[in-house]
Design a protein around this ligand. Structure first.
Ligand SMILES: [Zn+2]
Length: 379
């Protein structure tokens, strides 16, 4: 493990230069943002289409073990979880410290289940200084690769981990487990305790209740036309001797008004972020497209020279946003980029709010508690 850590640290050193990174204060605590200059923007529509492709044949699955090396030269090490073989490798993207990927040895689709929770709990038993999370198993709210089960971990404290419990809950039949609704723009149920089996059982019960949950008044439908919509993005970590699971409730409903997803960044935010909100972003680290660096510099130039933002294609898409705060600040060459990065942070919080199935206002919290009343008691 130590050796692998050293190996990755050298990679981090050479990757950092390819990234802009900053923090923005928000009502939910400090939020992390990054613009990854070596990664292209992914189209949510193309990802949804890829899941429908046959699971064998060309192109080969990049995550399958026999294709090790296709995406670079990073080594994979076998890692046994709950009696199954998985492979651990460090990510070629290095979005955060010691960013690693755990790959199922078998080419099986992403599926969140009780086994997922048990594997995650087993992983942080072996590596207590790492968190482990999984993307959801449905298009729009999940990862770009849904055809091969995998998880992501690392040694990094995400903003969500720092977020506190807003509404404490207790769970009948699980006396050793505490938890509640987390003060976070996405909808997170947190459970914590020492007993792995009890935690996995409760998480499975919450997942099952959520998968079948419909609340028309909150525009949540378990399914439409036989297509399931509800799932979770699970994250597991240690808190001293305790284990902690964060279950981010997800729903991938599309509507006429929001064809990319009702609980997905809405159209007016796509100039900053239109990609799916996966595990890393749900936890509060924005991974923004490389194009944004040049575009923000162009917006800065327009503002400093008092030019119309609608004049150029790279600034036009940002015009309404920039005009909304242009009068609020006195811009100088020294502060303009810092101000823009701060405003991008505000947009990212709205991105996360759009992805939240229950909003953080009073009506949203009331709706959230209608769901938790099925599985928990308010303290
Ligand atoms: Zn595969």
């Amino acid at each position: 493990m130590e050796q692998m850590s050293l190996h990755i640290r050298r990679r981090v050193d050479c990757t950092v230069a390819r990234e802009m990174r900053w923090q923005v204060a928000s009502e939910f605590g400090a939020i992390d943002l990054s613009i990854n200059l070596s990664r292209s923007e992914k189209d949510p529509k193309a990802i949804a289409a890829a899941k429908k492709l046959p699971q064998s044949g060309y192109p080969r699955c990049a995550l399958c073990h026999e294709n090790e090396g296709c995406r670079g030269t990073l080594r994979r090490s076998p890692f046994t979880l709950e009696g199954e073989t998985w492979y651990l490798q460090y990510s070629p993207y290095v979005y955060y410290n010691e960013h690693c990927i755990l790959l199922s040895a078998a080419h099986t689709p992403m599926k969140i289940s009780k086994e997922t929770f048990l594997r995650q709990l087993a992983f942080v038993t072996e590596l207590p200084h790492y968190f482990i999370g999984s993307n959801a198993d449905l298009p729009i709210v999940g990862d770009s690769i849904l055809s091969h089960d995998h998880m992501q971990g690392g040694r990094y404290v995400f903003p969500m981990e720092r977020a506190q419990i807003e509404i404490p809950l207790s769970f009948d039949g699980y006396p050793g487990i505490t938890g509640g609704i987390v003060r976070w723009p996405m909808s997170v149920l947190r459970i914590r305790g020492r007993d792995r089996d009890a935690l996995a059982a409760l998480a499975a019960r919450i997942l099952s209740a959520w998968r079948g949950y419909t609340d028309e008044s909150a525009v949540i439908y378990a399914e439409t036309d036989g297509e399931p919509h509800n799932t979770v993005t699970p994250i597991c970590r240690r808190r001293g001797e305790d284990y902690e699971l964060d279950l981010v409730l997800r729903n991938n409903l599309v509507t006429e008004e929001h064809p990319l997803g009702l609980y997905h960044p809405h159209a007016e935010l796509h100039h900053i972020k239109k990609e799916n909100i996966g595990l890393i972003e749900a936890m509060g680290l924005a991974v923004l497209p490389a194009r944004l660096k040049g575009e923000l510099e162009a917006v800065a130039e327009c503002i400093l020279k008092d030019l119309e933002l609608t004049a150029m294609p790279e600034t036009e898409k940002h015009a309404a946003w920039a005009e909304s705060f242009r009068g609020k600040y006195s811009f100088t060459p020294a502060n303009v980029m810092e101000i823009l990065k701060g405003e991008v942070g505000n947009v990212f919080v709205r991105v996360l709010s759009d992805a939240g199935v229950f909003k953080t206002d009073a009506a949203g919290r009331t709706a959230f508690l209608r769901f938790t009343d099925r599985i928990a008691q308010r303290i």
